[in-house]
Design a protein around this ligand. Structure first.
Ligand code: ATP
Length: 240
């Protein structure tokens, strides 16, 4: 997938300003940036549920229908599934696709045995996010888009979700937005860093850290997004 000169305007608001980067397949890409920096907009454009104002997403748009068959999603706001159990929900989603993971496998990987028979609407936030992750991966997707999947979860639930994600994502390119820099640093290989709709950096996380004198990603983030940032430091790699 190649993102070329993508911009998005909502009226006078420039949510994305001429963003370009290439994507390394089968990698986990952390999309970071302060509130309102354009992360959700970027994910939604890549998913095809929003249209960019200008620019192109190459290797995807020509076969958008096929692409959607090979895509998994967790949106920031949970969909509400009333009166349906986890097992029923998984079977329902599986029925939409030709090629799917075995439901028992997903229940095992995500350790959902205890609440497989419970109503989705009665689950805790952490349980719901596990189910959401299972739904995102059910069709063995080539691309998965996760908008802040660990927000609001306790540290153990977050760790469990990451463990499961690392098992499931072997042949999948994952775009994941997060405000938790430690998680991004530990689990993602690549970074897309947005600031007011501008791309500050795209490329490997290791390179990004080396450019900033191997500090922790959270320290670099605070110095950049907190305002102690030298504009000459902007670095855009050609590949994510
Ligand atoms: N539907 C919309 N209509 C008008 N403006 C929008 C819309 N969606 C987003 N925006 C604006 O576009 C900009 C980018 O928003 P976006 O939701 O992509 O940021 P974000 O980085 O995902 O934020 P957060 O971390 O708070 O989720 C913001 O200025 C926001 O107010």
């Amino acid at each position: 997938m190649r993102i070329v000169n993508v911009s998005k305007k909502y009226g006078n608001t420039v949510a994305l300003d001429n963003i370009s980067f290439d994507v390394v397949p089968s990698s986990i890409i952390g999309v970071i940036g302060h509130n309102g920096s354009g992360k959700t907009t970027l994910l939604e454009i890549l998913m095809g549920i929003q249209k960019q104002t200008s620019g192109q997403i190459l290797n995807v748009n020509p076969e958008l229908k096929e692409f959607k068959e090979k895509m998994g999603v967790i949106l920031q706001e949970n969909a509400v599934y009333e009166n349906i159990t986890v097992g029923e929900l998984l079977r329902l989603f599986a029925s939409y696709y030709k090629d799917t993971y075995d439901i028992d496998y997903l229940v095992d990987v995500l350790n959902m045995h205890d609440f497989k028979g419970k109503l989705y609407s009665k689950l805790s936030g952490g349980m719901k996010q596990k189910v959401n992750l299972a739904l995102a991966f059910i069709n063995k997707p080539k691309y998965v888009f996760l908008d802040e999947p660990t927000t609001g979860l306790d540290p153990i639930a977050r760790k469990n979700l990451w463990n499961a994600l690392n098992v499931l994502c072997k042949d999948t390119t994952v775009f994941l937005s997060s405000h938790y820099m430690e998680e991004v640093e530990q689990n993602c290989q690549y970074l897309v860093y947005l600031d007011d709709g501008n791309l500050i950096y795209s490329g490997s996380i290791d390179k990004f850290k080396n450019l900033h004198h191997p500090k922790a990603l959270s320290e670099i983030y605070i110095s950049i997004s907190g305002g102690e940032y030298n504009d000459n430091d902007r670095t855009v790699e050609s590949r994510v």
